[in-house]
Design a protein around this ligand. Structure first.
Ligand code: ZN
Length: 106
């Protein structure tokens, strides 16, 4: 039982760490792209090790094929088409489509 508690605690720490890394990615992506990429890899590694799902915001910011951090205008293109957000990766030419909905302002 004690071991189990310990495991949950480690998971909690990992999750906090992932949140911090997410903030760091936002800060570093235009400053040092390779550092931001490193942070992304750390997030993915933690996610696999502790079975924590990668947050939605991060999930939509990297290429699922070549695992590169996508920054629109830098190494990716974003287009809105038929209610879907199409993210195009320049390095492997892969498309990712995610649906989006217009928020009603009333
Ligand atoms: Zn790619």
């Amino acid at each position: 039982m004690a071991k189990r508690y310990h495991k949950n605690k480690a998971k909690q720490i990992a999750k906090n760490h992932m949140d911090n890394l997410e903030d760091q990615i936002d800060k570093q992506r235009f400053v040092d792209a390779s550092l931001a990429q490193k942070y992304l890899e750390m997030i993915r590694r933690l996610s696999r090790k502790f079975k924590i799902p990668v947050s939605r915001t991060i999930k939509r910011q990297y290429c699922k094929q070549c695992h590169i951090l996508l920054t629109p205008g830098l190494n990716a293109r974003v287009r809105l088409r038929d209610g879907k957000r199409v993210l195009y990766c320049y390095s492997c030419k892969n498309f990712t489509r995610t649906p989006y909905s217009k928020k009603k302002e009333n």
